[in-house]
Design a protein around this ligand. Structure first.
Ligand code: NDP
Length: 248
């Protein structure tokens, strides 16, 4: 999947749009013609995105929000309903790593925070936006996962568990909506040159990794009205869909 979709007139929401992969997904969606609703905490990052998109002739709505504010997530759904009555594209990209540590050493508050942002906020976003995506003639949802959801790697426990959980949510949602136009898929972006990757692998040379703009360009076709797949995982490094499987 390498084709650039035509997203003219479509409404797209991206979480974690202030930096990293989400920033470039938001830019790419806007360049394809979508009105981008950009969600994150860091106002400076959102404003930079807004400047770039508007300078290129695109449209944005900025939503500075901490995703631990569950009522705030509900309000987003209400505001989109009032303004547009539907949502065409949801990219649930925001996420945190937590800590790389033996499971027994993870502090309770760290584990809870990873689950709160990566899992509970994603479920709450789905709950808030599902009726709006169903109202679209070609609703598209992308849930950002990770290779960690399927690998069996020491020290990645909380993050891996959170990503396996959101993939499970995405698969259930895809099955619930399989007879509708809505298509729901997870994505493994693969190792990408971002702040999160640098936190996870501080000894790694970031220049050996793909830039988030390259990764974003491979994810945006999942928002295309032409997409037929649902309930799958798109693996960016392999540039293809895979079905869920347990590690061998
Ligand atoms: P970054 O750390 O670069 O960006 C994370 C984004 O999530 C930021 O925009 C941040 O915005 C937002 N975010 C984090 N916490 C919150 C919060 N409480 N409320 C609102 N927004 C929040 O990460 P990446 O771009 O690397 O990661 C994007 C996604 O891709 C994540 O889900 C990650 O798990 C996944 N991924 C990344 C890989 C990689 O190698 N980079 C590999 C596999 C998966 P702000 O701080 O402004 O709120």
């Amino acid at each position: 999947m390498t084709e650039k979709p035509d997203l003219s007139g479509r409404i797209a929401l991206v979480t974690g749009a202030s930096r990293g992969i989400g920033y470039f997904i938001a830019k790419e969606l806007a360049a394809a013609g979508a009105h981008v609703i950009a969600v994150a905490r860091t106002v400076g990052g959102l404003e930079e995105l807004d400047d770039e998109i508007k300078a290129a002739g695109g449209e944005t709505t900025l939503v500075p929000l901490d995703l631990k504010d569950m009522a705030g997530i509900d309000r987003i759904g209400g505001a989109i309903h009032e303004r547009w009555g539907k949502l065409d594209i949801m990219i649930a990209n925001a996420g945190i790593l937590g800590v790389i540590s033996p499971i027994g050493h993870v502090e309770a508050k760290t584990f809870e925070k990873v689950m709160e942002i990566n899992v509970t906020a994603t479920w709450r976003l789905i709950r808030s936006l599902d009726p709006l995506l169903r109202a679209s003639d070609a609703g598209r949802a992308v849930i950002m996962s990770s290779g960690a959801a399927h690998s069996a790697k020491a020290f990645w426990g909380p993050y891996a568990a959170s990503k396996a959980a959101v993939e499970a949510l995405a698969r259930s949602w895809a099955d619930e909506t399989k007879n509708m136009p809505l298509r729901v898929n997870s994505v493994n972006p693969g190792a990408t040159r971002t702040a999160m990757r640098a936190q996870a692998m501080p000894g790694e040379d970031p220049d050996t990794l793909p830039h988030p703009s390259e990764v974003a360009a491979k994810i945006v076709p999942l928002a295309s009205p032409e997409l037929t797949e649902t309930g799958l995982i798109f693996d960016v490094p392999k540039n293809r869909f895979t079905r869920y499987r347990m590690p061998e």
